[in-house]
Design a protein around this ligand. Structure first.
Ligand SMILES: Nc1nc2c(ncn2[C@@H]2O[C@H](COP(=O)(O)OP(=O)(O)OP(=O)(O)O)[C@@H](O)[C@H]2O)c(=O)[nH]1
Ligand SMILES: [Mg+2]
Length: 307
């Protein structure tokens, strides 16, 4: 599957503009100050934390940089910046190979995440991306929990010209997932994308329901073709990360859709996600329209935010 073909680097760069202007300015000033003293390291850690890189990840990066500086006898800010770049590349090393290269038809994507994270909108974006690559897509309205959710995805389906498999609100989401996959098989679809209800941590019954949905999906398809995609709202900072960890207790997300990157100046959250969750970020949301999607590109990310 060629889903990673349309990378949209321009949109990706644009969505990082807020992060870039705040973080780059601070880092630029910091690294110009060539003396790598106690104050420098503290300022660096604070700057990373203020961009939502998270305390643990920021500490880890700074500790590693200090060590590198000692071993390599680095004394200038400029050289240290190079080290920062290579540490970040290491953190994003998860993104190496194309996870869609070997999927069998129909591929099944299950979108999960907390309330309002951007799941349904991100499904519309993935649909747009896939159909523009001539892939045949079918959607499953397995958010049967929120009253208006079925309508919402059906409206997207109409707008994007794809079929939506749905039952009445309140129906068993597992049954909708089952129907969607079987419709995908019968109609020779390339991809089935299944929407699920937003869940908050602490609602263990809903979380367990998600485990059930994912079991049905795996049972009905070739396991290597199932991709569980966790949507994380990029504007929710460390909170979003804590919620994501909760999800990993019930399902094993294969990749992340980092939504609303356009709405935050704290894009360091991407670094925290990669480091803490060890799940690759596949896509980012760059706005509210179906074409506001880009493939996450670690090298571009790093060069945009640290210069
Ligand atoms: N700016 C911006 N807004 C986004 C993005 N993705 C989603 N949104 C907005 O976020 C809001 C919530 O999006 P939904 O797709 O309904 O979120 P959801 O996770 O499906 O929500 P529930 O089904 O209620 O759990 C909507 O107003 C979207 O337009 C993005 O990448 N950028
Ligand atoms: Mg939704």
């Amino acid at each position: 599957m060629n889903i990673f073909k349309k990378r949209n680097p321009a949109k990706f760069s644009e969505s990082l503009e807020k992060t870039r202007s705040s973080l780059l300015a601070q880092l630029g000033d910091l690294f110009k100050n060539s003396e790598l003293n106690v104050e420098f390291w503290e300022d660096l850690e604070d700057t990373l934390i203020s961009a939502d890189t998270g305390v643990e990840t920021s500490e880890k990066i700074v500790t590693q940089l200090k060590e590198n500086a000692k071993i390599k006898n680095i004394s200038s800010g400029e050289e240290c910046l190079k080290e920062l770049r290579s540490e970040l590349i290491k953190i994003f090393d998860l993104n190496d190979e194309d996870p869609f290269a070997n999927v069998q038809k129909p591929a099944v994507f299950v979108m999960v995440g907390v309330n309002g994270a951007g799941k349904t909108t991100s499904i519309a974006k993935l649909t747009h991306l896939l159909t523009s690559l001539n892939q045949k897509v079918i959607l499953g309205a397995a958010d049967t929990f929120r009253a208006a959710a079925v309508d919402q995805i059906q409206i997207w389906g109409e707008r994007l010209g794809v079929t939506v498999i749905a039952q009445d609100p309140g129906a068993d989401p597992g049954a909708v997932a089952y129907d969607t996959i079987n419709a995908a098989k019968n109609r020779n679809m390339d991809v089935a994308i299944i929407d699920t209800a937003g869940r908050l941590q602490g609602k263990s019954n809903l979380m367990e329901e998600l485990t059930k949905i994912s079991k049905i999906v795996v049972r009905e398809s070739d396991e290597s073709s199932v991709k569980i995609i966790l949507t994380i709202d990029g504007t929710t900072g460390q909170n979003g990360l804590i919620q994501a960890v909760e999800f990993t207790r019930f399902v094993n997300p294969d990749g992340i859709f980092l939504s609303k990157l356009d709405g935050t100046a704290k894009g360091g959250i991407a670094i925290a996600i990669a480091d803490q969750l060890k799940i690759p970020i596949w896509f980012v949301g760059t706005g509210e329209q179906p074409d506001d999607i880009a493939v996450f590109d670690p090298n571009l990310f790093i060069s945009r935010i640290i210069g």
